[in-house]
Design a protein around this ligand. Sequence first.
Ligand SMILES: [Zn+2]
Length: 272
Amino acid sequence: MSSTSYAAVPVPQLKPSAESPTVPVRVPGARYFARSVPFPVLKPKVSVKTRRKPVIVIDPGHGGRDPGAVGAKGTHEKIITTTAAKELAAILRKSGRYTVIMTRTDDSYVDHDDRLRIARSGQADLFISIHADSTGSKSTRGASVYTLADRAKGRSKRIVNNQNWILDVDLTEQTDPVGDILVDLAQRKTESQSDAFAEILLDELEGKTKLVGNSHRRAGYYVLLAPDVPAVLLELGFLSNAQDEKLLKTKRHRNKLTSSVERAIDRYMDTP
Ligand SMILES: [Zn+2]
């Protein structure tokens, strides 16, 4: 090995030097330095193992030609759901913990199939559909959380078959009875995750807003049908109740609700 060798200039010159930077400079007892020798490219020490952030899909109910429920004082549900969903998306994004996907951000009509497709293609860890309820009884108030009803599970299986969805459990080349068992397995896991999140969410909402009696409800809502995406439908309150309608129009009240959802997501995701 030669006692003199070429090496890269390690530090860029900030001030113009008396010596031409392009001409190799002989420094007694040292190596030759030259600008013409390229800098070594050092790869920054970053961990190759990057953990994927949990994906939260927020689905503002209704939209476009579908206004949803119409409030006691004329408020359209779609306006409340869009506003609350955007506010929830903003606080989740601000936390930096999650990848947030919204099924719509403007007043457009999104088909139920497309809402599910967005959740599945985004590989959602959690799907939250935001709604505001309505009923004939004007005194009924409060929030509630829906998860998929048992009776809707057959419908879920039909969607899997009709749309050729590939689940975590691979259904390819399975005969129907076996395929059904595999969908059952996926559904069971998803159901327990959805139930767990629903319970945490109600726990967080308690005290922050009024809850309807029997606040964990089950229904066959289409957006809850993906057998491999834990999903809940949150009814923020009753638009048919003038007081709830008034509250849902205030940012302060919506903020109580969306902050509860954020805390619930944090708790759910922190549960091993
Ligand atoms: Zn609705």
